[in-house]
Design a protein around this ligand. Structure first.
Ligand SMILES: [Zn+2]
Ligand SMILES: [Zn+2]
Length: 175
């Protein structure tokens, strides 16, 4: 008897790191075809499924259109998903995700979500559909647009109060 075939792979670390790491995992297990456009890997066929789960029950599903990097070039991967009704971007980070599993047989990426962190600007939970960024000094997390707007107006971090600045593309940096 051959050992039991591996059908599920934990890809949490790869997803939190960068798209190419995710693509390497997908390529080694699934043989998907994609086209690289700048930092975005566009799927040539819409075979790969993605579901979001909360405590084991699925609440969102669709086909992966592309996997790309974050707009501000910080670590992490963004998944663009077509649900047939709409196109949504998923931003799995340590703030909103428990783990990410690749189910090889089902050609499915399963994201177990959990809102664990509140935005340091608006106080609301950072969800999977939200883009997140942080203070480069104290690492306080916030919705990307909220922190960028805050820094544009106040030139400080809302938590540690140190001097910060923001680029035209929304990158937060020490002033
Ligand atoms: Zn916010
Ligand atoms: Zn700070």
């Amino acid at each position: 008897m051959s050992p039991k075939e591996i059908t599920k792979v934990d890809i949490t670390e790869e997803v939190f790191k960068e798209p190419i790491e995710v693509i390497n995992q997908l390529s080694s297990h699934l043989g998907l075809k994609y086209t690289k456009v700048i930092q975005t890997y566009v799927m040539e066929d819409r075979r790969l499924n993605l579901t979001l789960e909360d405590k084991g029950s699925s609440y969102f599903k669709g086909k992966v259109v592309w996997i790309g990097n974050k707009k501000d070039d910080t670590e992490g991967s963004i998944f663009c998903v077509d649900t047939r009704d709409e196109i949504k971007q998923i931003n799995p980070t340590a703030e909103n995700t428990e783990n990410v599993t690749l189910d090889i047989k089902k050609e499915l990426i399963k994201v177990s979500t959990a809102s664990k962190t509140k935005c340091s600007v608006c106080g609301k939970n950072i969800e999977i559909f939200d883009e997140v960024t942080g203070c480069p000094i104290c690492e306080a997390k916030a919705h990307r647009d909220h922190l960028a707007d805050w820094v544009r107006m106040k030139h400080t971090c809302p938590v540690c109060k140190k001097s910060l600045n923001v680029s035209s593309t929304g990158v937060i940096f020490m002033d």
